[in-house]
Design a protein around this ligand. Sequence first.
Ligand code: MN
Length: 197
Amino acid sequence: MQDELREYLRKRDFATSGEPRGAAGSGSAAGREARFVVQMHDASTLHFDFRIEVGGVLKSWSIPKGPSVAPEVKRLAVPTEDHPVEYADFEGVIPEGEYGAGTVLVWDTGRYRHLSTDDLSAHEALERGRISIWLEGSKLRGGYALVRMGKSSGDWLLIKMRDEGADRRRKPTKTQPRSALSGSSLRELAAHGPEWR
Ligand code: MN
């Protein structure tokens, strides 16, 4: 299991980055619903990192435009390395010179359920390149599909399903930019500097 975090651990210097070292499997206590988190990350380019807890780690995608709540809108989601479950609570400043340097804000978080159609586990569904999930966040609610576009491209799409959580008029990435954990803005977090954790 620790193997899943090898790339995460290799890319970072935990003496300075301020991010959690974590441990694979640390968040997967039996009977707990799995977590999801969407982090706004003001790095070399502003993007959103979408992470869902599967098998004791956070499976992760980088979403340049962020998630949409409009039904059937497809957002490019580029897979990134697995993160430890503890990362779901991380917001603050990654110092210059570190991987992903910039400000991280927990834009939305909560529990999610895997909407299994054919008795596949979430892990198996991801392996096959298609998973449907139900988010219980403060900004994102309802069904989403994550679909791999093709093995050769490796890129995925995040698609909002048609349900009560869908809304064509809402643009929460623009109108609700503050942290779901602390209520802070990116600018406020950045002003605290790398010492703020
Ligand atoms: Mn990122």
